[in-house]
Design a protein around this ligand. Structure first.
Ligand SMILES: [Zn+2]
Length: 247
């Protein structure tokens, strides 16, 4: 078996099946989604895939968990890294200090979800800081109430203001196939956009990178990751059957 086949399911399946927090409300371990959204031809380089979450809200904006509680929740779910990305317009003082004070085995990224004004009102873009690298993600485009062509134009408009590196392919953790298309020419990442404990662990990425903030960001930019979803199975099946609409 080559390194490219080392989906973390193989490494963590036992834990996921037996972890009571992970399995709460779930009938079984959900399948990981490999391939779509990743860079074509990607072959894994490292022996271990890092499980990560790039979109989390805490009590420092409109979330219910403190940064420490969020880190603890994701640690129980077997994550390797998380990015805390509270809303810029709701941000409470000492946000950076609160993240720095988190004690966790996880690698923690400091981020912020920017409110970016555009001709359609506003959209959200996460800015996630490594040690030197910075990652910009256009968040939940499925939330933008426009046709797909307009949405693609909108991503292009925002990319003139911020150097967009990736686009979320999930809407609050659930797979959105209408966004998983070649016309959106960015690496596409799964994420939770979690605001409370129940929102944790619905969609995540597994990254082919060493355990280093900048290496992880570079791997995401290069598309060296797998998207995974634990969302409602019935809803996923419905989504599979939905038609892609090109307005
Ligand atoms: Zn958000």
């Amino acid at each position: 078996m080559t390194a490219s086949r080392r989906c973390s399911c193989m490494g963590r399946k036992r834990k996921r099946h037996t972890d009571p927090v992970y399995n709460r409300g779930r009938a079984s371990h959900p399948p990981c989604k490999r391939g779509r959204g990743n860079k074509p031809g990607w072959v894994g380089q490292t022996a271990i895939m890092l499980k990560g979450q790039l979109h989390i809200h805490t009590t420092y904006s409109d979330g219910e968990l403190t940064p420490q509680e969020a880190a603890d929740a994701y640690a129980r779910l077997g994550y390797d890294f998380i990015a805390i990305t509270d809303h810029d317009h709701l941000l409470k003082p000492s946000y950076g200090d609160a993240i720095a004070l988190v004690r966790s085995p996880l690698l923690i990224f400091r981020g912020i979800e920017l409110t970016v004004h555009c001709r359609k009102g506003y959209v959200h873009v996460s800015r996630i800081e490594g040690d030197k690298e910075v990652l910009y993600i256009f968040n939940h485009p499925a939330d933008v109430d426009v046709g797909l062509k307009d949405c693609i134009r909108l991503i292009g408009e925002v990319a003139k203001q911020y150097p967009i590196d990736a686009v979320e392919i999930s809407n609050h953790g659930f797979y959105t196939p209408e966004m998983d298309i070649e016309e959106i020419a960015y690496p596409k990442v799964a994420a939770d956009d979690s605001h409370n404990l129940l929102g944790c662990g619905r969609g995540w990425i597994e990254v082919d990178a060493p355990r280093d903030r900048d290496e992880i960001i570079r791997a995401v930019k290069a598309g060296r990751f797998t998207n995974c979803f634990a969302g409602d199975k019935a809803r996923r099946n419905d989504a599979k059957e939905s038609k892609i609409r090109i307005a």
